[in-house]
Design a protein around this ligand. Sequence first.
Ligand code: ARG
Length: 588
Amino acid sequence: MKTIIEELSLEIAEAFKKAGYDEKYAGVTVSNRPDLCEFQCNGAMAAAKEYRKAPIAIASDVAGYLEGNDIFEEVSAAAPGFLNLKLTGTYLAGYLERMRTEDKYGVCRNDSPKKTVIDYGGPNVAKPLHVGHLRSAIIGESVKRICRYMGDEVIGDIHLGDWGLQMGLIIAELRSRKPELPYFDPDFNGEYPSEAPFTITELEEIYPTASARSKTDEAFKEEAMNDTFLLQKGEKGHEALWKHIMNVSIPDLKKNYEKLNVSFDWWKGESDTRPYIADMVEDMKNKGLAYESEGALVVDVKEDTDTKEVPPCMILKSDGASLYTTTDLATLVYRRRELDPDKLIYVVDKRQEMHFIQVFRCAKKTGILKGDTQLDFLGFGTMNGKDGKPFKTREGGVMRLEVLLDEINEEMYKKIRDNHEVEEDEARRTAGIVALAAVKYGDLSNQATKDYVFDIDKFTSFEGNTGPYILYTIVRIKSILNKYRENGGKEGDVSLNAVTVEQEKALMLELVKYNQMIVNAYEELAPHKICAYIYDVANAFNRFYHENRILSEEDETKQSGWIVLLKLTLELLENGIDLLGFEAPEKM
Ligand code: ARG
């Protein structure tokens, strides 16, 4: 179905034509002076040049042809040449009524659905999940839901960091702690134990210790690099230890992502690229694209139009070891083989942008991807603390995600328990739901590319542009609807009112933006547009609610029309938060 802007523009275009002007000037936008009108058309200003006439004269001509039109309650020409528009309640309610009864509320879904891979999450195995990975998970999950909603066939891939130096560091550290383990005995011929020689808690301590040690102990660092190399070469003891690390880490990661309401279709990682690297490199050499430079193998990816330097893409190090670019390129090899995607979206820290410019260019140049594959790098900004520096624990260490979420849960629990008389269990459960909304909304309401300040007090507040405020509004509507039903209110074959009060119209004017907004959020990979929409809707609803006694309204027709409006508002809000990746409790 057409968006309301499209419908209005068509109507205005007719009037332009009748008045003898080109319809290309008839574009309508939402008013930027809501005190004067609801929509506006600024075309007369541009038309003035072509027709050598005062813009106000053109606007008045056009307005003349709109008199008595049943879409517009008011059309006025305002200096210097604006057309100010107000809609009739009948048209507005009618539009919303059509939206309400159409599939996906009239959103025009993709007519040719795209096969899409979304690469998000990106945690590193054996390193505790920290806040740096939070944004990727939250934004990626939302983008995935938006793409699916628009009809695309989407695969979410976590792309584990499971193949780098951190593995060598853990192995080297283990050797120095437990040299007697069979994995380190080159003459060992038996079966390795099936139990891992460490727990998840130990593993999470081993990595940071080893990492710190490698910064001061040169010999240890060498050893870790050698272990990484041996692992990549397929040394059997190393391979066995690596499997233990994976088996211990992955269930823990799964648990953590589940808590975040984030899921993946593929749990593949850098290590899955092993079978593809040799052929890929061979092919790049055969095509004459990969060449040796200072011992390393590289592919040139700079282009004439570059304004900043784009260094050659490194394919192999001088010792033949693979790099971050190697695994990312080989990942594209199997993604192409298994899915042949039309589009890939990477949700990664924006500081990695250059890496992806190189990978994207190299993949197209070497033919790993077709030339028309759409590649999107959704680089997000840093999550900062109130001091404006990257978010840390009070002690200045890296904040673990679990710890952060526990803190917010606790904060939310206190508020919910203090506010209401609820059972302990119920308060805990509700706190969990609201806390997640607080964190996700706090993140998603900012444009992804920008840095933002993670402010627990602000995010958990029930007032202002926050997740809890949105949930509170949803719960309020649910409770009105429940009471209405309990009182035996009429439902079923009822339509919206043709606007009875001003706040009702204001709410409708927000709701009708839905289909346009969803398409924008999809095209621009911008969940923050959904946040802005549901926030405006929530505000408009609350104004309506405060000015009208819905449940005690005596005019039954009016009341049942309002109930339909409430239901639609609720559906669109719930739909919005679902696309953002969280849900609302029944009560709070
Ligand atoms: N593991 C990486 C990191 O922690 C992020 C992975 C992003 N995805 C990718 N295909 N490179 O920085």
